[in-house]
Design a protein around this ligand. Sequence first.
Ligand code: ASP
Length: 298
Amino acid sequence: MPEAARWSLIVHGGAKTIDPDLHDRNRAGCAAAAEAGAAVLRAGGSAVFAAEVAVRVLEDDPVFNAGFGSVLTSDGTVEMDAAMMEGSGLTLGAVAGVRRVRNPVSVARLMLLARPVLLAGDGAERFATDHGMALVDPEAMVSREALASEHAKAHDTVGCVAIDAAGAIAAATSTGGLPGKHPGRIGDSPIAGAGLYADDTLGGCAFSGDGEAILRTVLAAQAMHALERGGSATEAADHAIARLGRVGGEAGVIVIERSSAFGIAHNSDHFALALHASGLDAPRAGVHRDEFKDILHG
Ligand code: ASP
């Protein structure tokens, strides 16, 4: 990655096993999200806005388990979690267990301006309407894909880390959680220090994977501590995934360090992702570790 990159952004569409028929759809969905976020950064927009725009694209694509397309709980309902963190003021916004919001990441972004850092269920939805967002019928969030793959095992949480031209860093996550989850169950995705983190003095990260395992090993904190010890983005990503071994489970992580360098690590079969930077002509997307070397250094 060119060191002179003025801005950069990386998105993921989940650390999971991806059916070969869906590799291209995952690549294309991530590339579209990266391009949308890049358009914000190219125009001088903030990392927070770029991350929100990129994650909204992923939330709207039913191939991913976030927003429309979220997996179903054991009751057959959709319950979504999302978070946004900006690393200049360590500001955080997160929602958990929302059912009537089309783009949960946008509620999380609005919460950056509010005192609470995490709102759940009805209270989060009330916050959304109080701030002018329309609610949808919970049934409208149930996609054909979710009904068809009700019992599929998949980690399709989506995420984004971006650094803007001013050096501000944002991280965002959004998820329907684990398929068949207990109603009310909350994973790592809306929890800072577990599913995401951003600090302009170090970098940012966003995870996908077994939420309980990521929470128990505070993986975002592990990645940030690795950066604090002087590790590169790649070392921080590898360190976090290695720590997961303590409890077992599957996860993937995207990292951007303060210098704009990217890090990727996962112990799942595949990891859908795309990155873009001011030195590149187009986003680079991949789903398999064999592709990631080219994506990072090609
Ligand atoms: N991390 C998410 C959760 O446990 C699931 C996922 O990555 O798909 O809620």
